[in-house]
Design a protein around this ligand. Structure first.
Ligand code: CP
Ligand code: NVA
Length: 301
């Protein structure tokens, strides 16, 4: 059974297969060519955190594919009142053909896969955000023509986005640099794995990380679940921002990426955000196409 629990579980070939399919589905959607590849299939979408892009793109995506999506908020599910995930998994597997889940602990996603008998897709945990990075890779390839040999630089918190970007970037042949405070580095195991390829650096020097980058990426300083730490985090991350100085260190024509939602004036200046809004909203659009590809690859018979 094929799941997308984290990008590390997918080979380079599997990731490229998803990117190629995402490109095809995007083309077909623009041309109005139907692609009902999951006719009659049902996808449960469990949300234990807020969402705009993930929720809407999965719901529209499963509809485009000829299936049906059920939005399941943990505020309403028994899981929110403590029903064990292993029981929820075994029940939902009897009704559905696949589950997308957004939650806190990566273990919950792994447990759903272990106890359920249907494909599980990770729609963000505190550890990673693989669907976002599928869309990100599709967007870099669209704008830069290729991923292999390109340099991706992430600036900010060593969070779920940083973790998935390192894995996705390295697996597709990019070099990846991360600029973050030493107190907030990405996952140690992921960094160890990436360092072995010789195509990864993590530094607290923003301009050094940005030097020669083809794509600059950032994300919020306080993620979902960290709202109470926001003031403290603002102090820790001051300066870890994509601004004109950072743009000048990158390759001429470097693109700017943000998974959104964005906090202008914190991780990115309003000027840089608006100058690169075309790329950032292409990236948001590609959530739809990339996730349709992921659903097809996981849920087709
Ligand atoms: N980027 C992203 O996952 O957005 P949402 O939180 O709105 O789903
Ligand atoms: N790091 C952010 C990503 C949002 C898409 C969060 O987890 O809130």
């Amino acid at each position: 059974m094929k799941h997308l629990l984290k990008l590390a579980d997918w080979s380079t070939e599997e990731i490229y297969e998803a990117l190629d399919l995402a490109d095809r589905l995007k083309y077909e959607k623009k041309k109005g060519i139907p692609h009902r590849l999951l006719e009659g299939k049902t996808l449960g979408m469990i949300f234990e955190k807020s969402s705009t892009r993930t929720r809407v793109s999965f719901e529209v995506g499963i509809h485009d594919l000829g299936g049906y999506g059920l939005f399941l908020s943990s505020r309403d599910l028994q899981i929110g009142r403590g029903e064990p995930v292993e029981d929820t998994a075994r029940v939902l597997s009897r009704y559905l053909d696949g589950i997308m889940i957004r939650t806190f602990a990566q273990k919950e996603v792994e447990d759903l896969a272990e106890y359920g008998g249907i494909p599980i897709i990770n729609g963000l945990t505190d550890y990673c955000h693989p669907c976002q990075v599928m869309a990100d890779l599709q967007t870099v390839r669209e704008h830069k023509g290729d991923l292999n040999g390109k340099k991706l630089c992430f600036i900010g918190d060593g969070n779920n986005m940083a973790n998935s970007l390192i894995v996705g970037g390295i697996k597709t042949g990019m070099s990846v640099s991360v600029a973050c405070p030493t107190s907030n580095r990405p996952d140690a195991e992921i960094m160890k794995w990436a360092e072995k390829t010789g195509r990864f650096v993590c530094t607290d020097n923003i301009l050094e990380a940005a030097a020669g980058a083809d794509a600059l990426y950032t994300d919020v300083w306080a993620s979902m679940g960290q709202e109470e730490e926001a003031a403290e985090r603002r102090k820790i991350f001051t300066g870890y921002q994509i601004n004109a100085e950072v743009m000048a260190a990158a390759n001429p024509g470097a693109m700017v990426m943000h998974c959104l939602p964005a906090h202008r004036g914190e991780e990115i200046t309003s000027e840089v955000f608006e100058a690169h809004a075309g790329e950032i909203f292409d990236e948001a659009e590609n959530r739809l196409h990339a996730q349709k590809a992921v659903m097809v690859l996981c849920m087709k018979n």
